[in-house]
Design a protein around this ligand. Structure first.
Ligand code: GTP
Ligand code: MG
Length: 216
């Protein structure tokens, strides 16, 4: 796929402050410092569009980005969600982050998918499993991702991903924001949950066969 443009749209610390949904939305969720923002920059091939940091808990608000694709021609919004599970913050603050994410997931009619990201070395932990369950509960499709694949040796990668897939009982996309490994396949999965394909426009659900989608 070719990206025509990607730009920052809005930021909010409450769902009500966000602009109303205009296009299909795909959110990125995961533990603090797991690499959400880096993965979004990698997918969009933009070095610093989404702010990243070595300091856990950097992204505290919900940040919206508008993504215009040239091939297939479509527009969608990427949503960077605050990281969860950062132990150094107060309990009250953690809870409010949890609520922010929960409100967003439950009240955003344009939301089609949530990319649920874990560190490939840590795997899916109770917080992550809870989030995935909640995403499904509100009728949104989770896309499971294990990132920082470059931290494992090439021989370890395949085995680790197989183990994670077995544990979760469904596909897990292995990616690295550093090397771009797995980027194309993940992008294809994202477009699929957003119902975007070469011939399917937004909301034109199921107009595209899997075979066509795999050729993106
Ligand atoms: P918060 O917004 O604070 O929750 O963090 P985040 O999940 O957005 O993580 P961010 O993208 O800011 O990345 C955190 C750190 O991990 C940074 O130092 C990144 O450079 C590093 N990082 C992210 N992705 C990768 C990756 O694929 N490989 C490696 N080696 N490092 C990565
Ligand atoms: Mg971030």
């Amino acid at each position: 796929m070719r990206i025509r443009d990607a730009r920052y749209l809005a930021s909010a610390t409450g769902t009500s402050q966000l602009p109303p949904p205009a296009f299909a939305e795909v959110a990125f969720a995961g533990r603090s410092n797991v690499g959400k923002s880096s993965l979004m920059n990698c997918l969009l091939r933009r070095k610093k569009l989404v702010r990243t940091s070595g300091t856990p808990g950097c992204t505290r608000a919900i940040n919206l980005f508008r993504v215009e694709l040239a091939e297939p021609e479509a527009t969608l919004d990427f949503v960077d969600l605050p990281g969860y599970g950062y132990a150094q913050r107060s309990k009250a603050e953690r809870k409010s982050w949890g609520k922010l994410i929960e409100d967003f997931l439950a009240n955003r009619p344009g939301l089609r998918g949530v990319v649920c990201i874990v560190d490939v070395r840590r795997g899916f932990e109770p917080d992550d499993l809870e989030l995935i369950e909640f995403v499904e509960h509100v009728g949104v499709t989770p896309v499971l991702v294990a990132t920082k694949l470059d931290k494992l040796s090439a021989s370890q990668r395949k085995l680790r991903l197989l183990t994670l897939e077995k544990e979760m009982g469904r596909p897990v996309h292995g990616v690295s924001a550093e090397t771009e490994e797995g980027r194309e396949l993940l992008f294809t999965a994202i477009l699929r949950v957003a119902s975007i394909g070469p011939t399917a426009k937004l909301k034109g659900e199921d107009a595209t066969s899997d075979a066509e989608i795999s050729e993106i």
